[in-house]
Design a protein around this ligand. Structure first.
Ligand code: NAD
Ligand code: TYD
Length: 359
């Protein structure tokens, strides 16, 4: 099909990353009459292997490009005439943001504004059926005490360079909605887990370390709480918000599934022992309490009732079910894991944990 014969032309940024690859797969398979254009810089977190199963689809294109390059982004919009954008490209790891905040400002803030400027210019004469969907995080709301939930009205209070950069990009999106009547929608989601997540985040890192008999570095006392959502459920929520969310609105997305880190790690250890055929208690012996993350947010918990009430979305995977699917994916995709954990990753891991184990 030529590019002009598709019903819609959707730009997905960051489509080679963890969540992005699940969104690209869903859209390519579910909407054969849409052209899905995946733009990704292929940083350490982006991996085209994540999309092997759909790379030959006739409604899929990939291009390597950087959203911080305004001229390139403007040209791309001019050439492709996108009518929708799902913006996931970002620097996404809190620990890396503590090491190097500037890359987070460039990609997450400047990159987002570049995309909006290009879309605004391309759509200036006709806003019909145009939509810019900005994917964000619950971390913009800061930290909760023992009680309560983040709602769409919770004031922003970001604590890490990562969450400050995401909060800033969210503010710019709202400013463009208010100032320029820009057709955008935002969602803020809790912690995702599932296949294809880079093994620097808690769940894939710990699966990898248990597999290899390496220590499990639990930050501080492990009594930090996160709400976990299976990535396929998030991709489905993104589909629904993209098609049915109201322009100008924000939707919180979460799993109604809070876990203290230490309890989650113990559950993961039990499931891994079972999957690996090891005696119960083998993996737990690897738990090592290490130096805390600076500015570590105590608790995140999402009130996802608005998206349920207004758009009918709710999570479909039980946590143990999603966790087992995730574990099995990593155990069956050892080559993927070995490839992404070679080279620069070794240096990152050494640097990140050298001093933390030393307490
Ligand atoms: P990820 O780090 O796995 O993937 C990010 C992708 O963006 C990578 O493919 C990377 O190559 C690409 N990228 C980075 N810089 C780029 C640039 N300058 N130009 C073009 N592409 C670039 O991240 P993820 O976990 O999939 O998160 C995706 C989005 O969802 C992010 O915006 C993140 O803030 C948000 N989010 C993530 C979670 C989570 O738990 N992972 C939760 C809520 C929201
Ligand atoms: P992470 O997966 O980095 O996500 P986020 O910081 O965005 O919530 O971390 C999840 C939780 O696990 C967080 O409280 C920090 C903690 N954590 C550890 O205890 N050890 C680790 O090695 C990592 C990566 C995270």
């Amino acid at each position: 099909m030529s590019k002009s014969s598709f019903k819609r032309k959707i730009l997905i940024t960051g489509g080679a990353g963890f969540i992005g690859s699940h969104v690209v797969r869903l859209f390519v398979n579910k909407y054969p009459d849409y052209l899905i254009f995946n733009l990704d810089k292929l940083t350490y977190a982006g991996n085209l292997e994540n999309l092997k199963d759909i790379e030959m689809a006739s409604n899929y294109r990939f291009e390597r490009g950087d959203i911080t390059d305004a001229e390139y982004i403007n040209d791309l919009f001019h050439q492709m005439q996108f009518d929708g954008v799902i913006h996931l490209a970002a620097e996404s790891h809190v620990d890396r943001s503590i090491e190097n905040p500037m890359q987070f400002i460039l990609t997450n803030v400047l990159g987002t504004v570049n995309l909006m400027n290009a879309a605004k210019e391309a759509w200036k004469n006709n806003l019909e059926n145009k939509r810019f969907y900005h994917i964000s995080t619950d971390e913009v709301y800061g930290s909760l005490g023992e009680q309560g939930y983040f709602t769409e009205q919770t004031p922003y209070d970001p604590q890490s360079p990562y969450s400050a950069s995401k909060a800033s990009s969210d503010h710019f999106v709202r400013a463009y909605i208010n100032t320029y009547n820009f057709p955008a929608v935002i969602s803020n989601c809790s912690n995702n887990y599932g296949p294809n997540q880079f093994p620097e985040k808690l769940i894939p890192l710990f699966i990898h370390n248990i597999r290899n008999g390496k220590p499990l570095p639990v930050y501080g006392d492990g009594n930090y709480t996160r709400d976990w959502l299976y990535v396929v459920d998030h991709a489905q929520a993104i589909d629904i918000v993209f098609h049915h969310g109201k322009i100008g609105e924000t939707y919180n997305i979460g799993g109604w599934n809070e876990w203290k880190n230490i309890d989650l790690v113990r559950l993961l250890c039990r499931l891994m022992d079972r999957e690996l055929g090891n005696p119960e208690g083998t993996a737990e012996k690897l738990i090592t309490f290490v130096k805390d993350r600076p500015g570590h947010d105590k608790r995140y918990a999402i009130d996802a009732s608005k998206i349920n009430r207004e758009l009918g979305w709710k999570p479909s995977f039980q946590f143990e079910e999603g966790l087992l699917l995730t574990i099995r994916w990593y155990l069956n995709n050892e080559e993927w894991l070995n490839r992404v954990t070679s080279g620069d990753y070794q240096k990152y891991y050494e640097k990140q944990y050298r001093s933390k184990f030393d307490i």
